[in-house]
Design a protein around this ligand. Structure first.
Ligand code: 3H9
Length: 699
């Protein structure tokens, strides 16, 4: 039964049991409403609402959005709870989120276990709290704190929530017993009904100007997103309008959000992230190997970032470098990074010290005999990697997983340099590895299912979003990135300035434009990598000649104060540099390119279509398991705006026929083989199928 009601002495207990997270599906809403009605008629003095399983209600059932609304709606239920003539007490454990916390806010009292947390994360789904949250929270904690809570979507731990005024009591001991004691205490005190809707917000507490400032700040922090701005409007309504009118206004804004493309995109990403670690074809009986200690080879920026990711999750790490100096530099960088987290208030001194203590350094491979997993993050050269792996093969215990963080190299070949290819896997982290959430798990020909399962479980344990990729040059993300980066170079040589290209892509919502990314990463990296390639491998010289010319002028990017832009040495502010424009024109002349004006639309389309066309190839070749995996890769590894759902979702929204038509036009105009439409895209359009149809096996 989803909801049960039981009378215990003079208290009615409503218990919700809808695993895994007690989401408020229609059956749950109906069950609670029925139970409230039964309790009203019963001879009791108070009602306690609590949940079975691992958590209090984690929100509305997200999978119901976009489908016809079924009554009772959550706002209807919450009104019924708040209107109850008996005191209703929410007893929270785990996470009370979104609609779940709004239900608790409609109760007359809230208590929570110390380990619980509460929050209104709707904004992360392109929504706003639509069951009274925007009207009740400001009444409880004031306008500014309410805006911060709802526009960030951050959770507050029980103690913090009590200090803010969101909950009334932090409980000790067993949830049910402690909640019943609290209810008895309230009855004994004659505490009565305390309805949040009856609390008024002082009209002077946050003026019109303050709302305007807040909106502008949000425009910067949440550029392009609709829901955060609507949250501000709802909170403004909470101040200006009577409760019922505010609630009606909130409802209309919520309905607009649910129907928006942004919310559809964010909900897609929510489910895609959770789907990604699931690997088709691996039996449920395959269990992950235990991982208690990790080794990392290479104390550079990448190795250090990976070490921090594990230490942050409480997993001890042995960091190995070939030289004492390299090791010292690496450990010093880790120390500096933790120091920055402390100075920004993200970690306490104590937490930083604890985490740092989990990382020990060595130059001796023998110290890796006990590790359960070792991740190699050394220089990107097959010879060097082969040497490292054969050494690991000698020292590591049987059953240890040997992983490479390579971005491009053939994981099959790396696995072949060991006597245990079944234990070798790619674990491709993204820089900065302690921050970026994407983890590509690269399955080589011989990688054992158990190793993949372990990698997925471990990825989740350290807070990453693991995505399975097959072996090919660049796996999922970097293989697509090559196509995208090529278009940035070609748009430049054909007539666009770096600032136009970056501007078009950041206006679309990308975290950074492609040329700013190049300057940040350092232009010398690509340059060095190209030096190792033959002319044929390098491809069309127009797609790298400007970058090469800049490197040869010493313009290595931000670190040199100059790259595609020049950078102010003090503020790091970037500006257009006429020298670069000369270089671009000179290269265009050299390669016989007639420069012209490029429209913003053309620039945007070429970049996005390049990603999408390659995405379809990757899908058809089985390099990615599903379109949603590609989207997760782009959102979490490459700054693609989550509110656009990733390149494949964007393609579906735009219409595959339209996408194909645009790619065919580019192919017709350029004749370049990379613009030949991906066969899968053609096939789907020809048979009028969607990507979902294809995934369901109907292609
Ligand atoms: C809302 O409430 C709107 C209201 O304001 C207004 C309404 C009118 N619905 O994350 P996990 C599934 S908007 C449906 O791996 P964890 C999830 O897909 C909602 N399904 O577990 C997964 O399925 P599967 C506001 C949901 O322990 C399984 O549960 N609330 C929902 O790492 C386990 O999830 C939120 O945004 C849902 N609401 O984390 C909270 N939530 O096993 C969203 C989860 O098939 N949820 N599932 O892959 C979360 O943040 C995390 O799930 C939570 C648990 C922290 C609760």
């Amino acid at each position: 039964m989803l909801v049960s009601y039981q009378k215990v002495d003079d208290i009615g207990v409503i218990s919700i049991d809808n695993p895994p997270v007690n989401a408020l599906s229609q059956g749950v809403r109906q069950g609670i409403l029925d139970a409230i009605k039964s309790a009203e008629d019963d001879d009791i003095k108070a009602i306690v609402i609590l949940c079975e399983g691992r958590t209090f209600i984690a929100g509305a059932d997200i999978s119901e959005f976009g489908k016809p609304v079924q009554e009772p709606t959550l706002p209807q239920l919450n009104t019924a709870i708040e209107s109850s003539g008996k005191s209703v007490i929410a007893a929270i454990h785990g996470t009370a989120l979104g609609g779940g916390f709004e239900l608790a806010l409609s109760c007359h009292y809230r208590c929570a276990q110390a380990s619980a947390s509460v929050g209104l994360p709707e904004v992360t789904l392109g929504l706003l709290p639509g069951a009274g949250g925007t009207q009740r929270v400001p009444r409880l904690i004031g306008v500014k704190a309410a805006l911060d809570l709802m526009t960030t979507g951050n959770k507050a731990g029980a103690n913090e929530a009590r200090d803010l005024g969101l909950i009334d009591r932090v409980l000790k001991g067993d949830l049910k017993e402690a909640a019943m004691d609290y209810a008895r205490e309230l009855i004994a005190k004659g505490a009565g009904l305390r309805r949040v809707r009856d609390i008024s917000i002082p009209a002077t507490s946050f003026g019109k100007e303050a709302f305007e400032d807040y909106r502008q700040q949000l425009n910067k922090r949440k550029r392009g997103q609709e829901a955060p701005q609507k949250i501000v409007s709802c909170v403004e309504a909470a101040m200006d309008k009577p409760f019922e009118e505010g609630l009606a206004y909130e409802r209309s804004c919520f309905v607009e959000c649910v129907q928006s493309e942004q919310s559809a995109a964010l909900r897609h990403i929510f489910f895609a992230e959770r789907q990604a670690p699931k690997v088709a074809g691996i039996a449920k009986s395959v269990v992950p190997r235990p991982v208690q200690r990790v080794g990392i080879i290479g104390a550079g920026t990448m190795g250090g970032g990976i070490a921090m990711s594990f230490a942050n999750a409480g997993i001890p790490v042995t960091l190995l470098d070939a030289s004492e100096e390299g090791l010292e530099r690496g450990l010093a960088l880790i120390d500096k990074n933790y120091g920055i987290s402390v100075s920004k208030g993200k970690l306490s001194e104590e937490q930083a010290t604890e985490r740092e203590a989990l990382i020990s350094g060595t130059v001796d491979y023998e110290e890796l005999v006990d590790v359960d997993l070792v991740i190699e993050a050394v220089f990107e050269s097959m010879d060097v990697k082969r040497q490292v792996f054969s050494r690991l093969d000698e020292v590591c215990k049987q059953g240890a997983i040997l992983a490479t963080n390579t971005s491009y190299l053939d994981v099959n070949e790396i696995a072949g340099s060991t006597s245990r290819p079944q234990d070798v896997v790619g674990l491709h982290f993204f820089s900065p590895a302690n921050v970026m959430r994407l983890l590509e798990v690269v399955k080589a020909e011989s990688t054992a299912d158990e190793v993949i399962t372990t990698a997925m479980a471990l990825g989740k344990r350290i807070g990453k979003v693991p995505v399975l990729a097959g072996v090919c040059y660049g796996f999922i993300g970097n293989r697509m990135l090559r196509q995208y980066a090529r278009e940035a170079q070609l748009c430049m040589i054909e007539g666009a300035e770096p600032a136009q290209i970056d501007g078009v892509l950041t206006n679309f919502g990308m975290a950074m434009g492609p040329l700013s990314v190049g300057d940040l990463a350092g232009l010398d990296i690509g340059y060095k990598a190209r030096q190792a390639l033959t002319d044929e491998q390098k491809g069309d010289p127009r797609s790298y000649c400007i970058a090469d010319a800049l490197v040869e002028l010493g313009r290595l990017g931000q670190k040199a104060g100059a790259g595609y832009y020049k950078y102010d040495p003090d503020t790091r502010a970037r500006s257009t540099d006429p020298v670069v424009l000369d270089v671009i024109r000179e290269q265009a002349r050299k390669h016989g390119v007639q420069r012209r004006e490029l429209s913003d639309e053309e620039i945007l389309d070429r970049h996005l279509l390049a990603l999408i066309n390659e995405g379809f190839r990757i899908l058809e070749e089985g390099i990615a398991q599903r379109p949603g995996d590609i989207d997760v890769v782009y959102v979490h590894g490459y700054g693609f705006p989550s509110y656009r759902g990733g390149p494949m979702f964007y393609a579906s929204q735009r219409g595959l026929g339209n996408v194909l038509g645009s790619i065919e036009k580019l192919y017709g105009a350029t004749g370049e083989p990379y613009w030949a439409p991906a066969p899968l895209l053609k096939k789907l359009v020809a048979s009028d199928l969607t990507l979902d149809d294809w995934m369901a096996g109907n292609g």
